[in-house]
Design a protein around this ligand. Structure first.
Ligand code: BDR
Ligand code: CA
Length: 315
């Protein structure tokens, strides 16, 4: 089993990422920490507790930092809904957030582990940047960071910046520079890891209350995604479940293709703040620091997704 810490900001697609992580036997989720991202830290923490209660996985949930390192927090309630999970209510949380703050919980989990741990990160990287500044000694205990964020080819929050990088670019840059192995599932690959409306309709035929709720949540997300101006043809038919790739690429790496590049984050650009600058043409002469994924076997990805809905629906 791959031991993992999950740092997330649920969020519709974060919730689907949690579903996949807890459905797969390959992963041993040791800790969930929350980020201020799609919503305030109160809401993302509540949503993590609520979803984990529903699926009956009472793993420690530790609350993260309340805001980005320097920037003012910008949330994405227009995409994920005011509560963050579309119009879906999962469950009243049956357990509370940990007494340990996220950074303490991450530190303790890493430092006491007998084997290196993979961090799955599907929000801004605020907690992880703070952890690495406060406790650089944990670095050897981090096997890799699988991050959904960034993009080489254009953004979704601005023309050039992806949401998670845009919200806390300083944190993202600190993590890129940390010398820890990073897999980046940016928009380049997550725009290819979509589910169509027809496939989503098929979810309902699975006939479990869980599948119904997933379909409801995704339906809301389809509607809001449609409002996002974007360049991809057929965008309205394609529901992008970005964060799922950060787990899928660990449990089924054979579905993904990528390469190693030098990546840094633009902190000052007038038009480009938060852009992840991927040295695709290898002009910088700098050593690659990130494994950037660029393509995925979509059919196999959807199969993985459906299997997870079925597995969790039975637990
Ligand atoms: C990312 O932004 C958030 O809204 C999603 O949860 C995902 O992590 C996609 O750009
Ligand atoms: Ca997210």
């Amino acid at each position: 089993q791959i031991p993992v810490i999950i740092d997330c900001d649920p969020g519709v697609d974060d919730t689907m990422m949690l579903m996949l992580a807890f459905a797969r036997p390959e992963l041993d989720v040791r800790l969930v920490t929350t980020e201020a991202g799609n919503l305030t830290i109160d809401k993302t923490t509540y949503n993590a507790l609520s979803f984990l209660t529903y699926i009956n996985k009472h793993v420690e949930v530790a609350r993260g930092l309340p805001q980005p390192l320097f920037r003012k927090q910008e949330v994405a309630e227009d995409i994920h809904g005011e509560g963050g999970l579309g119009n879906v209510k999962w469950a009243d949380p049956a357990f509370e957030a940990s007494k340990r703050p996220a950074i303490q919980a991450m530190y303790d989990t890493l430092i006491h582990s007998t084997e290196p741990i993979t961090i799955v990160a599907t929000g801004p990287l605020t907690n992880i940047a703070a952890l690495l500044i406060a406790h650089p000694e944990v670095k050897p205990n981090i096997k890799q960071i699988s991050w959904m964020g960034g993009s080489a080819v254009g953004g979704n929050m601005s023309t050039t910046a992806e949401f998670n990088a845009y919200v806390d670019p300083h944190a993202a840059e600190l993590v890129m520079r940390a010398g820890v192995p990073i897999i980046m599932s940016g928009l380049d690959v997550t725009h290819k890891a979509y589910i169509t409306r027809d496939e989503m309709a098929h979810l309902r035929t699975l006939g479990t209350p869980f599948a119904e709720k997933v379909a409801d949540m995704m339906q809301f997300y389809t509607f809001t995604q449609k409002q996002t101006p974007f360049y991809a043809p057929g965008f309205e038919e394609q529901i992008r479940i970005h964060d799922v790739s950060a787990v899928a690429c660990l449990v089924a790496p054979e579905l993904y293709r990528g390469d190693d590049y030098f990546v840094e984050v633009e902190l000052e650009g007038r038009l480009t703040q938060g852009a992840t600058i991927v040295d695709y043409t290898k002009q910088s002469g700098k050593e690659p620091n990130v494994h950037v994924l660029h393509s995925v076997d979509r059919a196999a990805f959807i199969k993985l997704f459906f299997e997870a809905v079925t597995t969790i629906g039975k637990t």
